[in-house]
Ligand binder design. Structure first.
Ligand code: NZQ
Ligand code: ZN
Length: 387
């Protein structure tokens, strides 16, 4: 097992009714900005619950953060933070609102450069401070509610880039599974796929004697396989929603990735598909992951066999058959959830692959994977095999 330092400082308030408790987590004299997306929190009553929990406090609101949050929109919120001297941000929504709020938090305190887009270009390395923030999560998927990462898009240039900073961990996250009842089926499925792929990318590399990490990862994968389809079939089953929500948080709060190799090739290639073609984040992962696993079969052989055995129960047949069976089962699981696993499912014929690879190069994605051996030509082949 590799050495690691693990810090998961986000306090979790989990369960029914927990939104009512969030006022205690924010200093009494704070000037609070609630940030949200396109309005789902108005329709499902979550905004009313948040307002009620903050009765008597100084509260401003900023709505309109879009899925795959844009620099252009977020900079308007940075102006509000500065003008109103906001000192606490409360993100209410899915991963896009949480991520966008991390950017607002960092950009409002950024003085390393005139243009805060530099935060993305330097992947957060020069962020020295951020406004404190909390999250009320309404879409289990990204893990953003308890990690320090964010992915921000820039419309003007078609870029989608991540940044990370020790200053952008949410102070707390409220996870009330009831808030997820109103999710459209597409977003429920997206969330399950995203959490599944986060787990796979920290698990399906090469053996590193991270036995606890492996067993935790397998537990998350098995839970998502069992509960993901049930969340679609029984939208108001509280325990199903609770298990999906907790799985997604655990998948990307740092725990299962500590001390083991990681492979983020699927995510990096996937971000280019979203930036150029607007696919949902999870749709890109469902397209790219099966193709990456097939392409890297030899390097991933030992873990693919473990995955086949422990996650899919494939114990008969040759090694080749078990590996192919596990990759096919992964694809079938995504399809069962209604998330297409081929570029063609999204009307793409592969003609933009050269342009996607050029963008990947521009963004420094030239040596991906756990061995940093997924070069541009490999990413091109991975995308071609995903047509
Ligand atoms: O905008 P509103 O009206 O709120 O509607 C949203 C949005 O249209 C809707 N929604 C959210 N909660 C709902 C709801 N609708 C009804 N009921 C609810 N309870 O769902 C739509 C999608 O929301 P979004 O936040 O975009 O989805 P998700 O949580 O999947 O976030 C995706 C973003 O996170 C980034 C992705 O790249 C993408 O930009 N990621 C962030 C990561 C991180 N910070 O660690 C890691 C991930 O790999 C990912 O890259
Ligand atoms: Zn993701």
């Amino acid at each position: 097992m590799n050495n690691f330092t693990l810090n998961t400082p986000t306090k979790i308030l989990f369960g029914k009714g927990q939104i009512a408790e969030l006022g205690r987590e924010i200093p009494a004299d704070a000037r609070i900005l609630i940030t949200y997306g396109g309005g789902s929190i108005k329709k499902n009553g979550v905004l009313d619950q948040v307002r009620a929990a903050l009765t008597g406090r100084t509260v401003f609101e900023f709505g309109g953060i879009e899925p795959n949050p844009t620099f252009e929109t977020l900079m308007k919120a940075v102006e509000v933070v500065k003008a109103e001297q906001v000192d606490f941000l409360l993100a209410v929504g899915g991963g896009s609102v949480a991520d966008g709020t991390k950017f607002i938090a960092a950009a409002a305190r950024y003085d390393a450069a005139e243009d805060p887009w530099e935060i993305l270009l330097t992947r957060g390395a020069k962020v020295k401070a951020a406004v404190k923030m909390g999250v009320v999560l309404t879409l289990p998927a990204t893990g953003s509610e308890s990690n320090n990462g964010a992915v921000i898009s820039r419309q003007a240039t078609g870029d989608k880039l991540p940044f990370f900073s020790a200053h952008t961990y949410p102070v707390f996250a409220v996870l009330d599974p009831v808030t997820t009842y109103s999710l459209p089926a597409r977003q429920v499925a997206n969330g399950v796929v995203d959490a599944f792929v986060h787990t796979v990318e920290q698990y399906l590399t090469y053996p590193a004697e991270g036995r606890i990490q492996d067993r935790f990862a397998e537990g998350i994968l098995l839970t998502l396989i069992e509960e993901g389809p049930r969340a679609l079939a029984e939208p108001e089953n509280y325990d199903v929603r609770a298990n999906v929500m907790w799985s997604a948080t655990q998948a990307l709060n740092g725990l299962i990735g500590a001390g083991v190799p990681q492979d983020w090739a699927t995510h990096m290639i996937g971000h280019e598909l979203t930036a150029m073609h607007g696919l949902d984040h999870a749709q890109t992962l469902a397209v790219v992951l099966p193709s990456v696993l097939a392409y890297k079969k030899e390097q991933k052989r030992a873990k693919l066999l473990q995955y086949a055995d422990r996650v899919w129960g494939l114990r008969d047949g040759s090694e080749e058959q078990r590996i192919d069976g596990a990759i096919a089962a992964t694809r079938a699981f995504f399809e069962q959830l209604g998330v297409g696993t081929r570029l063609s499912a999204y009307g793409l014929d592969g003609s933009t692959i050269p342009a996607l690879i050029a963008k990947l190069e521009e963004h420094g994605g030239t040596a991906l994977g756990e061995h940093q051996d997924v070069r541009l030509d490999d990413s091109r082949r991975i995308l071609e095999a995903a047509r």
